[in-house]
Design a protein around this ligand. Structure first.
Ligand code: PMP
Length: 283
């Protein structure tokens, strides 16, 4: 089932216009929500970020935020997906190709749910990564449809036989291709500040809350590739990867090359947070 503007339709009933500005320019924004036990995790935070991304690119939603909430709930019900993701995108709409905003243009909203298991292997054993230059624009805080740099970076990871990329600007680590990166040093968690150079991850914020409950200090300060390689632990945070240990970067082990105790503790607490919000421990 697909939520297409205001209607919930079968996939084969949805026809996308070749003139959609999403195709021409990547002119739109998106969100990915996680579903556990048939319920959305952190729905308000995702909706808020969507509204902010839309505002920042001067895109108006096709309908009110309250109506969006109801339509997303309807979509989850109609899809029957209990463990998975909800993908949503809004483009500026359809018009003959010209860079400037068309005078008359109705935004196009599209969303659907996909059944997906949690990435158990990575969360349990940890993932490997290589560092690559962050060639993205200077508004990485906007969740825009323009993902070409992320796509190229992720493909480079695959080509080089690792799971992920660590993006850096002149040696300062920003984040990963679809997750935020945190390191543990002297028992404190350090991660790039939420400015224009990273996506302000929802999972990042959840982890901050959990860290506060555990009395673990969090420093929102940039760190270098050298500091990453010298860290006691490193982990990524993201809607689909939750809290996933990073055990190797550029062929060098992080810590002892195994998921560290702070990472494990946060993973444990994260699962409890899922249960608190959605009524059941995840599979
Ligand atoms: N950074 C980037 C570039 C991302 O695409 C994502 C995934 N949305 C994240 C960080 C993590 O954000 P979140 O925790 O909200 O999924």
């Amino acid at each position: 089932m697909i939520l297409y503007n205001d209607a919930i339709l079968e996939r084969n009933e949805v026809a996308v216009s070749p003139e959609d500005r999403g195709y021409y320019f990547g002119d739109g924004v998106y969100e990915v929500f996680r579903l556990y036990n048939g319920r959305l995790f952190e729905p308000e935070a995702h909706k808020e970020r969507l509204l902010r991304s839309a505002r920042e690119i001067r895109l108006s939603l096709p309908y009110s935020a309250d109506k969006l909430t109801r339509r997303l709930d309807d979509l989850v019900q109609a899809s029957g997906v209990t463990e998975g993701t909800l993908y949503l995108q809004i483009t500026r709409g359809c018009a003959p190709r010209a860079h400037g905003f068309p005078a008359e243009c109705t935004p196009v909203l599209m969303a659907y749910c996909t059944e997906a298991a949690r990435p158990a292997a990575g969360m349990e054993r940890g993932i490997t990564a290589v560092t690559v230059p962050d060639i993205r624009w200077l508004r990485c805080d906007i969740k825009s449809l323009n993902l070409l740099p992320n796509v190229l970076a992720k493909q480079e990871a695959a080509d080089r036989g690792v799971n992920e990329v660590v993006l850096h600007r002149n040696g300062t680590v920003t984040e990963c291709s679809a997750s935020n990166l945190m390191i543990v040093r002297d028992g404190a968690i350090r991660t790039h500040p939420a400015n224009n150079l990273i996506l302000h991850g929802i999972t990042r914020k959840v982890v901050f809350r959990l860290a506060q409950e555990l009395a673990l200090p969090v420093e929102e300060e940039p760190f270098s590739i050298e500091e990453l390689l010298a860290a006691e632990e490193a982990f990524v945070t993201g809607t689909t990867v939750e809290v996933t240990p990073v055990i190797e970067v550029d062929g060098r082990r992080i810590g002892n090359g195994r998921p560290g105790p702070v990472t494990r503790l946060l993973q444990e607490r994260f699962v409890q947070e899922i249960a608190r919000q959605t009524g059941r421990l995840p599979n």
